[in-house]
Design a binder for this molecule. Structure first.
Ligand code: SF4
Length: 361
């Protein structure tokens, strides 16, 4: 195995504890793409108890973007005098035909930024252009986007707007956990998501689906401890939401973030690759701030796009299949020549599989 040396770094005591606890078939979903990458990097599948199956969930925001949404980004980017500001990962994801990278090669102005405030800086720098920021991410990314829109509004900057494509994980997980064939009994959530999202949303998921949840950090030890916590909850017959990062009262920063989110966004039914359309699972911008909503400003709709037929990202993102079951994996689809978003994004599970399980790019 390519990364056998990593396995040695995993605490033997934790591995033994997990083996001693698992006495029945258990399927756990790991939501976060970074945690999935850690599990693959440390070759965890080889040392997990046979009865413990860990599957990946929809925790890569680039991967869950349907082709129709990329088509809308492209349509807006091709308007005259538009500079599109986007994250690097999104550049190579294909819509029905093109990607932001391919239209950039044909002359569209597409710039890579690391944060929404950098996009606003571009708007200040180029007052004769309209800078459009592709706001892709989960709820954790939303406060920065809201803050940037509010700053633009307070300064009266009118050549800046945002394509709202923020997705909310709890409604998507609710839909996924309702699929009986997936038989998910445990959910490993990342500390980052939990710090932003209302903890109550995960407690509700646990109650509704008789589910054991644990919040863990991104290191291998924290993830192993999270898995142990989930198995213990299942064995005790008292599933719930174990969160070592939880606070009794929200911090000032969390209260400020919630206030900004409610000022700027509201949740609506949104389309997800692999999961379909889910009620209340995405943010759109309030009418009062419609100047900053690129979808309204350019009168563009998110339509159904054409997904790559040979790509099985939809099944992979919903825990129904693993990357090596895709006939294109590592053959016609590699990190250098990706076919689907799960091979493009840094947190994409196909890219992590290829790199850590097969030692390839
Ligand atoms: Fe899609 Fe490539 Fe992953 Fe297959 S290997 S599911 S084509 S991204």
């Amino acid at each position: 195995m390519a990364n056998a040396e990593y396995t040695k770094e995993v605490s033997t005591a934790l591995v033994e504890e997990l083996h001693s606890l698992v006495d029945r078939p258990i399927r756990v979903m790991v939501i976060c793409g970074t945690q999935t990458r850690t599990l693959l990097k440390y070759n965890i599948n080889d040392i997990l108890p046979d009865n413990l199956e860990v599957v990946s969930g929809p925790g890569c925001s680039i991967c869950v973007m349907p082709a129709g949404h990329i088509d809308a980004f492209i349509k807006i980017s091709q308007q005259p005098d538009v500079i599109t500001a986007t994250c690097d990962d999104l550049l190579r994801v294909h819509g029905s035909r093109d990607s932001l990278q391919s239209i950039k090669a044909k002359g569209a102005q597409v710039e890579v930024v690391d944060a929404p405030m950098e996009a606003l800086d571009l708007a200040r720098k180029f007052p004769d252009k309209i800078v459009v920021f592709t706001a892709v991410g989960f709820e954790g990314a939303a406060p920065d986007v809201a803050e940037t829109i509010l700053e633009a509004a307070s300064e009266g900057i009118d050549n800046f707007c945002v394509i709202p494509s923020i997705r909310l994980l709890p409604p998507s997980l609710d839909s996924l956990l309702s699929a009986p064939e997936l038989n998910i009994r445990g959910l490993l959530c990342s500390a980052h998501i939990e710090a932003i999202t209302d903890t109550e949303a995960y407690a509700n998921l646990a109650r509704q689906h008789h589910l054991s949840c644990a919040v863990a950090g991104f290191g291998i030890t924290e993830i192993m401890e999270g898995l142990i916590s989930i198995v213990k909850q299942i064995k005790s017959g008292k599933p719930g939401n174990q969160n070592p990062y939880g606070k009794e009262t929200p911090s000032k920063e969390a209260i400020r973030s919630q206030k900004m989110l409610s000022e700027v966004f509201f949740a609506v039914e949104t389309d997800w690759r692999g999961l379909g359309s889910i009620e209340g699972s995405g943010f759109v911008i309030r009418d009062e701030l419609s100047l900053y909503d690129a979808v309204k400003r350019f009168n563009v709709r998110f339509k159904k796009g054409e997904e790559e037929i040979q790509c099985q990202c939809a099944d992979i993102l919903s825990g129904r299949s693993t990357p090596n079951e895709c006939p294109s994996f590592g053959i016609s689809c590699t990190s250098r020549h990706p076919v689907g978003p799960c091979m493009v994004a840094q947190e994409g599970i196909c890219a992590s599989y290829l790199r850590y399980m097969f030692g390839r790019l």
